[in-house]
Structure formats: C-alpha cells, structure tokens
Design a protein around this ligand. Structure first.
Ligand code: HDE
Length: 713
C-alpha cells in the first residue's frame, strides 16, 4: 500500500508542475474531480502494489469511468445526424399588419438564433451525402420566448396524417432483421410502403430530385411546410407559409459524386459549414412568407391544410421579410448541437397553428421525444434550450433540476406568495390561441379535399429542365433497382404513370419492366378499414399552374452565379509555372473562392523558376468529387503522364460536368475530354492571350455545371 501510494517524487513534481503551468498560462486551471478536488495523478489507478490489483477505493478512477460509461444519450429517432451554428435573424420590414410577434415588428431588430441542419434516416455517425430530406430547424431566442421553426429543405411531406409517421420511419430506417441499409431509402421496406401510399408521390418527386443531395447545407432552401397562422393585434388571422432562400443559391451534387463523397469524406457538409463560418464567410438566408387572407382559404385547387401540397409562387408570391446569418460555430457539439430541443409547439404570441393533421401530431411528439432523449422534463434548463425571456412558473423538481426555487409557494392561485407568478393579460403579452370556430362531429377520417395525390407531382415534374428530369429518372432506376421484390417495383411504376407517362416508361425501361396497364389497387391502400373508399379514391384535380420555375433548381431565381467559397483544385508538380498559379489564385481569391494546391506529395514543390509552393493536399487525400472546379497550370510535359491520379481527377471533373481550366491543351492530352474541348464552355484553355483567362475561368465557374456533357436517358 505504502509503495502504491508513494510515488512521492511524482507528487512533488506534479505539484511543482501545476504551479508552473498555473504561473505560465495564468489560467489557474488545475484538473479536479467533479467535486472540485484537485487531482494529483490522472495517469495511474490506485493499486495494491505497483503490479497489484486496482482498489475499489479509487473514487477518482470510478468517477471518471462511470461518467464515461454514461456519455451517450439516445440519438434522435429521426434527424439523428446534424450540424448546427449560432447566428441572428434581422427583420427587413415590419409585419405588424399581419402578426403581433414582437421580433417581427421593428425593421432592423436582431434576434439570436441557433440553426440545426440534419439528414432524416441515418444514424448520428452516418454520411452527410445520403439521398435524403434535410432538416432545417431554427430556434429564435425572442424577447417573448423561444420560437422554433422546425422545417425541411423540401416544402412538402410524404404523408398527410401524423398517424402514419411511425410507419413511414419504420419503412425507411434500416430493415429490422439485418439493420441494412444505413441512411438510405433504396430498399424494399421503404418502397413497399410508398407503393401503397399514393399521397407520397409529390414528395417522392422531390426526394428523387437533386434537392435530396445538396452541394452544401449553405446552398439549400428551407421551408416551414405546414400552413401556419399569423395573428395581429386585432386578432385577425392570415395563413402563412415560410421559405428560407439561400444567398449562395440552391445547388446540388450529382448522385455519382454523392456516393463517392460518402466514402472520401462522410463529414462533407458538416466540415463545409464549419469551415465557412471559421473563415468568416457567414452563410446567409432570406426569410420569405406567402400570406393568404383567411377569406381565401378555399380558393385553391388543393387544401391549405394538406402538407403534401405547395402553394405555387405564381399564385401567392413570396415576400422577403428578413435575413438569417450564421456567424458562430458551437463551442461544444454535444452541449449545443446534440442537446438542442426543437418543437413546432414553441411559438410566440402572433404565430399560431392550423389544423394540418401532420402538424397536429407533431405538436405532441417533440416534447415526448425530448423526455426520452434528454431524460428529464427539465431539458429547457440546458443552456442551449434556455429562453432569454424571464421564466417563472410552478413547474418543480424532476431529474437534474438546475433552478433553485425559493419560498414555499409552487401553486396558483396563491396568496402566500403574493399571487406570483401572475397570468399575463393579452395586452401584457399573454398568449391566447386563435379562436377559430370549430363545429364538427368527432370522426377518424380525412377530408376529400386531400385526395388529389398526383397533380402537384406532375406540376413538379413538368417544371424541371430535361437534365433534372433525367436525374429523377436515374434516381428512381437506382432506388427501385435495389428493391428486390418485383411486385413492389411494378406498383411504384403504376403510381409513377399517374404522374407522367414518359417518366414511368423511362424508369420501367431501366428496370427491364413494363408499366402495368391498370393501377393496381391493393387492399389497405392508405385508408382506414371503415373508410368510404370511393371518397378516398386518388383523384387528379386540374391545377391552375402547370409549370413553376421556382420548383426547378436550374431555373430557380435563387440559383446564384457567385463562386464564393467554391473549392478549386490546382493540380501541380515540380516544374509548374509559378506565375500561372499565382495569377489565377489571386483572381479566384478576390471572388471568394478557396484554392487548394494538389501535388503528388505533401510538403512543397519547386516552380520552373526555382521558387517553392506549399502543397495543401496530396493526390492520396484529394479527389475531384470534393471540388467544384479544377485547374492544370502549365508544367513539365510528363506531369500528367507520370501522375495517373491527375488524369483521373480531370476525367472525373469532366464526367460531373465541372469547370476545367488548363494553360495549354497539351496538359489535357491524356484525359478523356480532349476531343470535346472546343465545344464546351466549361473547358477553359489559356491559349488566347488576347482574352483574360482568369475572368473566363471565373465566368465558367459561375455556371457551376455544364450539363450538355451528360447523356440523355
Ligand atoms: Fe419531425 N421529429 N416529425 N418533422 N423533425 C423530430 O424530434 C415527428 C416532420 C423535423 O434538428 C423528432 O427532437 C412526427 C415534418 C426536423 O433537432 C421527433 C412527425 C417535418 C427535426 C419528430 C414529423 C419535420 C425533427 C426526433 C409527423 C418538416 C430535427 C428528434 C407527424 C416540417 C430537429 C426530435 C433537430 C425531429 C417527430 C414530421 C422536421 C421524433 C411525429 C413534416 C427538422 O419528435
């Protein structure tokens, strides 16, 4: 015992060292136990002799290991994989006419926010680039309490009633017998469910489009999805739909890239968000609203309460009312990103719900899930979840209570506490629900106005460019190609034929099948056993709007030509022309792009005139799919020949329709795209000295992709 305890020298040295550390860094940060006891040895457990067994008495070891054993909490049932940042929301114009919400009154007013982006299906450690919907959840810390806008990057949802949500999630999650596949919808159970739920067809169009594989979390739109209400001081209500429009435009990668990125860097989106904020390139979105007067509720070809429908911007324009800037990364992932608890029911006076049956179910779900995920009804006391508004009520105790409530009164009404806390009158900011008149029979049913499952799916498909249509067709061929049960594939083809005949035929062609002549009506097609089947028969209602540019990423107004934060790879070797590198690098930097020097090895390379260039990444680490454009500066004649990775790099960039620049055509001689160089504006060669090469390269990058390289399906 004596010996084990001994290490007297260690003790003295450690003590001395602590003092020195203390002196030199001035922090005074000794390591302690959770009880504040200074730790002298964090390296060795307490033993009976140097080579003896560890002692139960070692409370320091036990405290450390016990804490470690309990480090994990249940991950979110859905949206487990997420990345978040702090920032602010700034109002451009007063919404006073429509809502009394305090943070929407005075132009210029800034409200702190915390925003978390996520994928839906995958586990916490899954890849960022799964084909999936992205969560887009914003917590506004307003003076009147927290307001959470818990939306997605797609403006509609798979199902109309919350009753089907557990089924949807069970179907898309890894299959229960073998836990496969991770973070992917390309499997039998998902498509089995979808093939029996015609209401999902509109969402399927979006999920199979490139919206489901964003280039960056900073380059996607966000939507509140449900119709909400704005309520003003006069208690007048307007229906409202929320839109986030990214300043950098809405962009995607292609599916082949997405799959490769998942292998090369499964943190691609997380890292991109983190690095943009660290480098001061703060992501920004504008907040837009579509406002619909109460009296217009029934003026549309669809039901405003149906979450599988959009309100086309052609019918109700989006008014921009403010902007959100994310300017600070979290200090600690777990404390903030993991523990943040969103809830569509966190609202403030002036914002209210509608009877959308999906929203109504969500209003129950989110508190319930925090109870099991965060483990206590006191999750609102975790710093990231705390309101900045004063908080007083008679809720008490529970696991991990932080607040020390004083006094003997924890009930209302009371006289012993002087009546505190008081209920607030409406004019004092007290919340009261919009007094919508409801006069109805209790039913377990759905409105007939929810029965049009195909018209807006057709509208979406019709609004796409041919390139985007091709991507949807290929995505469906991929997903259904992974489905093993032929009957499921056929049922989906039947549903697709209701959306668009060419779409269905093209998908069928890829699967080696024929579109069924009649739409199979399996029992149990998403309606209850007692339902009036005729009433719920899927219908097509002619839509006023037949094509909408806002629905296409390539036609969309939010497609921006900026190249800010775009990644450009410079492929270099010893003997490279240093002037070429510097000229384009400086021009690109001025536009806000990020440049990486890629070479056969790390360290540095020598330019033709003998100076040195620091290498950022070797070919072992870099890959074309992680970049937006590639440049091959003039160099030794055999550089490409002796560097097959560089040839592969350029070929892949070409295949993915990206911009390729080169000083001299010879540098690209060995690549696949040599023959096509002249016909493609995306291959920029510096051989016409009368033209500004850097500017041509930048202009080409502003187009982002050159889709004419892709073959038609
Ligand atoms: Fe969610 N959803 N959801 N959801 N949802 C959750 O809450 C749920 C739905 C959305 O970054 C869970 O805290 C039900 C639509 C986002 O922390 C859970 C239904 C939309 C996030 C839950 C829906 C969303 C969640 C899991 C159908 C777009 C991540 C963990 C009635 C408008 C928030 C958690 C974050 C998270 C339930 C449908 C968006 C289980 C029951 C529609 C962005 O409560």
């Amino acid at each position: 015992m004596k010996k084990a305890n001994k290490h007297p020298g260690d003790f003295e040295n450690q003590k001395q060292q602590d003092l020195e550390v203390n002196k030199s860094d001035g922090t005074g940060q000794f390591m302690t136990t959770d009880q504040g006891l200074k730790i002298n040895d964090d390296t060795n457990s307490l033993k009976a002799g140097e080579r003896g067994p560890s002692l139960l008495e070692d409370f320091i070891l036990r405290e450390k290991i016990t804490h470690f054993d309990h480090e994990r909490i249940p991950e979110r049932i859905v949206h487990a994989r997420g990345s978040a940042a702090h920032g602010f929301f700034e109002l451009f114009q007063s919404m006073e006419k429509y809502t009394k919400a305090g943070f929407l009154q005075d132009p210029g007013i800034k409200t702190p926010v915390f925003t978390r982006f996520s994928t839906v299906a995958g586990s916490r450690g899954s890849t960022d680039l799964a084909r999936d919907v992205r969560g887009f959840a914003v917590k506004f810390y307003t003076q009147e309490g927290n307001y959470d806008l818990v939306g997605n990057n797609i403006p509609i949802f798979f199902i109309q009633d919350s009753m089907k949500f557990p089924d949807l999630v069970h179907a898309v999650k890894p299959e229960p017998h073998n836990e496969m596949p991770q973070a992917g919808s390309a499997h039998d159970t998902f498509w089995d469910f979808i093939s029996l739920m015609p209401e999902s067809m509109h969402m399927i169009m979006w999920a199979m489009s490139d919206r489901a594989i964003p280039r960056s979390l900073r380059m996607m739109e966000g939507f509140g999805i449900h119709t909400f209400r704005f309520v003003n001081k006069e208690n007048q209500s307007h229906f409202v739909k929320f839109h986030w429009k990214p300043k950098l435009g809405t962009h995607a990668v292609v599916w082949d890239e997405a799959q490769k990125i998942s292998g090369k860097n499964s943190d691609f989106h997380r890292q991109d968000l983190w690095e943009a904020i660290e480098s001061g390139q703060f992501p920004e979105w504008e907040l837009g609203v579509q406002l619909i007067p109460e009296a217009d509720e029934h003026k549309f070809d669809f039901d405003l309460l149906d979450p599988t429908k959009i309100v086309p911007e052609e019918l109700v324009p989006v008014t921009i009312i403010g902007r959100m800037v994310l300017d600070r990364n979290p200090d600690n992932f777990f404390a903030e990103t993991e523990q943040v608890a969103f809830h569509p029911g966190h609202i403030v006076p002036g914002i209210d719900f509608t009877n959308d049956p999906l929203l109504q179910g969500r209003l129950f779900s989110y508190t319930d899930t925090q109870l099991s995920r965060l483990g206590s009804p006191n999750f609102h006391e975790i710093p990231i979840n705390r309101t900045i508004a004063p908080m007083h009520n008679n809720q008490r105790d529970g696991h991990m209570r932080q607040e020390i409530n004083v006094g003997r009164v924890s009930y209302h009404p009371n006289s012993l506490g002087g009546g505190c806390p008081f209920q607030a009158k409406i004019e004092e900011g007290g919340f009261s629900s919009f007094n919508e008149r409801i006069d109805a029979q209790k039913v377990r049913d759905r409105s007939e106005s929810f029965s049009d499952h195909f018209s807006q799916a057709t509208l979406f498909f019709n609004s796409q460019t041919q390139v985007e249509k091709n991507h949807i067709i290929k995505a469906l061929r991929f997903e259904l190609g992974k489905v093993e049960t032929v009957a499921i594939r056929l049922r989906v083809l039947g549903l697709l034929s209701q959306v668009d005949k060419t779409l269905a035929n093209k998908v069928a062609e890829g699967l080696g099948l024929k579109v069924p002549a009649t739409l199979e009506k399996p029992i149990n097609q998403g309606v209850g056993a007692n339902a009036d089947k005729k009433k719920h028969e899927p219908k097509k209602v002619t839509q006023k709007v037949t094509s909408s540019d806002a629905l296409s990423m390539l036609k969309n107004k939010t497609l921006s030509k900026t190249i800010v934060t775009r990644q450009v790879a410079f492929l270099c070797g010893n003997g490279v022309n240093g002037d070429s590198v510097t000229t384009l690098k400086n021009a690109l930097k001025k536009e806000g792009a990020c440049i990486k020097i890629i070479a056969p090895h790390l360290g540095s390379i020598k330019t033709a005139d003998g100076s040195e260039i620091t290498v950022d990444q070797s070919f072992l680490i870099a890959s074309s799919v992680l970049f937006d454009a590639v440049y091959v500066p003039e160099g030794k004649a055999n550089f490409m020949e002796s560097t097959p990775e560089a040839i592969e790099f350029v070929n892949e960039a070409y295949k993915h329709c990206k911009v390729i620049g080169a000083d001299i055509p010879e540098m690209l001689e060995r690549t696949n795209m040599k023959r096509k160089m002249d016909s493609d504006g995306g291959v920029v060669i510096n051989d016409d000295k009368s033209k500004n090469f850097a500017q041509s390269f930048i202009n080409a990058m502003g187009h982002h992709r050159f889709w004419s390289r892709e073959a038609d399906v």
